[in-house]
Design a protein around this ligand. Structure first.
Ligand code: PHE
Length: 342
């Protein structure tokens, strides 16, 4: 029995070189099952080996390993050869038409609000303003108190302001809180431009609950209303062209005194009167004024030595006028047909 097993192993080893090389997947599988499968030749012999006398085991074990290695070599070579043949066949069957037009890449572009924002920032940095940003989640102190809002001022009303559950926190309703923040941080003299998102409970074709503003202000010795007007006029001429007329109208904001609103001659009709300017020939574009002494004091600046002007404007409104867009929501829907036009 033992001698028989060794004889059979020797015979198998002798036959190994003449095992036919598998020509396809099916033959390869058959070979694998025949020799290595659960009841294949090699596992069977391996089980038989358990009954061999101890001294014959090494020889039988060695023979079995040689047979296994020979079979595995054939299987590995065949697997590799079939794989290479398949790849070649796929390549041969492929047709590459170099006359087909390529897929045109679609390029992104700056969002119109970003473009207007960048243009405004470029104009003011050219006049020496530094860019500052403040937090969108703001304290009641910076959004209202430091800006001279009396405790019962209507702008603090729940209708306008998004209050956070923490009573002292809110979403800033304007970029003006950057004024006292920058004053505290840098001290005078100072020229700051503060762009950013602001939030108000308001929503229709010209109002969005989140929109963008730019705040600007200059503090120095002897800054006057004339400096304010000159700065804004230069800005408007750069943005809308030198033919645009500007005028300041008295207005009120708690953080400026005197306060004003800046109108520009209607850029749609040139001042003749149209639907956009409601036949007045003028468009209101921003709020401005001389920084209130109380605000300077909140920013640790002595109002007897220093004075300043400030202005704030809505970017969406400027962009709507510049591009003739009549629905603010178009800026936020990211419809490619809209965005591609800029
Ligand atoms: N913060 C004001 C607003 O949101 C605009 C403004 C800024 C007015 C600075 C005057 C001075 O309407």
């Amino acid at each position: 029995m033992a001698a028989d097993l060794i004889a059979r192993l020797l015979e198998l080893k002798g036959q190994a070189p003449s095992i036919p090389f598998p020509g396809d997947e099916r033959e390869l599988d058959a070979l694998r099952v025949k020799y290595l499968g659960k009841s294949g030749i090699i596992p069977l012999l391996s089980r038989e080996m358990a009954g061999l006398p101890k001294e014959q085991k090494p020889e039988a074990g060695k023979l079995l390993q040689e047979v296994r290695a020979a079979v595995e070599t054939i299987i590995n070579n065949a697997t590799h050869k079939l794989k290479v043949e398949k790849i070649q066949k796929d390549i041969d069957g492929e047709f590459f038409d170099i006359t087909l037009p390529g897929a045109e890449p679609s390029f992104g572009a700056r969002h119109p609000l970003t473009a207007v924002m960048d243009e405004i920032a470029g104009i003011f940095t050219g006049m020496g303003f530094q860019i500052e940003e403040g937090p969108e989640v703001e304290s009641d102190y910076y959004n209202f108190e430091a800006l001279n809002f009396p405790p019962d001022h209507p702008a603090r009303d729940m209708q306008d302001t998004f209050h956070l559950p923490d009573v002292k926190r809110l979403l800033r309703t304007h970029t003006s809180p950057v004024q006292p923040r920058a004053m505290e941080r840098y001290g005078p003299p100072l020229s700051v431009l503060a762009p950013g998102k602001v939030y108000r409970c308001d929503s229709d074709v010209t109002h969005s609950p989140v929109f963008h503003q730019v705040e600007g202000f200059t503090i120095d010795r002897k800054v006057t209303m004339g400096d304010l007007k000159g700065t804004l006029q230069t800005f408007i001429h750069r943005l809308y062209g030198p033919k645009t007329n500007v005028r300041l109208r008295p207005s009120f904001f708690p953080f400026v005194e005197p306060g004003a609103e800046l109108d520009v001659s209607c850029i749609i009709c040139g001042g003749k009167g149209c639907r956009v300017c409601k036949n007045t020939g003028w468009l209101e574009v921003l709020g401005a004024g001389m920084i209130h002494p109380n605000v300077l004091k909140s920013g640790n600046i002595d109002p007897d030595t220093w004075s300043g002007f400030a202005f704030g404007m809505g970017i969406e409104r400027l962009a709507m006028l510049k591009y003739g867009v009549d629905d603010i929501r178009l800026f936020y829907e990211n419809d490619m047909r809209f965005l591609r036009q800029f």
